[in-house]
Design a protein around this ligand. Sequence first.
Ligand code: UT7
Length: 315
Amino acid sequence: MNGIKIRGMGHAVPSHAASNVDIAQVVDTSDEWILTRTGIRERRYCTEETSVQLCVEAAEKAIAVSGISPDEIGVCIVATLSPDRMIPATACMVQKEIGLEEDTLCYDLSAACSGFLFALHTTECLLNACPKKYGLVIGAEVLSRLLDWTDRGTCILFGDGAGAAVVECGEGWPSIGAISGSRGDVEALYVEGPGSEERSYIRMDGKKVFRFAVETIPKCMDQVLEKTGRTLDEIDFFVFHQANVRIIDHAVRKYHIPKEKYYMNIDRYGNTSAASIPLVLSELQEQGKVHSGSRVMLIGFGGGLTWGGAVIEFA
Ligand code: UT7
């Protein structure tokens, strides 16, 4: 199988920022508790923006950075659990706005916080069977719509945003060696659908998900290294799903990852689920911390319970 590389990243976040102090006006919490238990200082909420607008802004930036034209894109996948509409897929709405051609395979993918990883995995497979060599992979969430403001265990955590990647499939390039796993745990983290009598709020057993993440990240990292035949030293940057600073610290300590080789933006955006990994990647590229030739390990985990990992290079 031919592998994919990242040509360009882009991201978009809503303009309204809510600080921990703002949140503490609504629920019984404090800046100190949120910061020390999660690493979050503020998060962005859509007040006027839609998910599609965030996706389009992120995608247009990614396409501009890559220097390709939308008609060269053969696959467009949006990973999301909080779309504007159930039908059509967000990917079809993005297609309309940015003018993707009719033969572009456009659909949404639901794998919670592992969504962007699952979408990259899927895109690599699809591009191997596609006459066009570019894919557009977006992670986007408007989680502020799903917050229960009577549940301080969840409402403090989540935020809105979108990140987009233009990936290229190249003859003879190494596969990203993606791992995509799921456990069939349907209670640890869920949001009821429109058919339910319960409101669609994020419900989470935080402690259970925390334990799952701490156990799963090292397993996933080891599997990805084995599958790609890489060693830790060959990885230039480590990008973890931004769920909780303590979860990332755990992995960083276990693998002795130096400070200059990982990056966190959870303090500014909170947990943005499927958008969190592309938001980090986009900021890394924007700041020049990654560039052509950089090799990045991506690790995601979340509802399902699901997990995903890959090693991807910048073209
Ligand atoms: O992205 C998808 C994956 N999601 C995750 O990875 C989330 C993983 N889980 C977590 O990040 C953490 O479990 C949380 C941040 C959600 C919660 O932190 P915790 O350290 O596990 O807290 P806890 O639920 O064990 O609660 C400890 C105490 C409780 O009080 P008592 O019973 O000890 O008196 C809670 O009621 O902290 C209390 N508490 C709060 N206090 C102030 C829970 N939430 C808050 C809050 N402010 N927002």
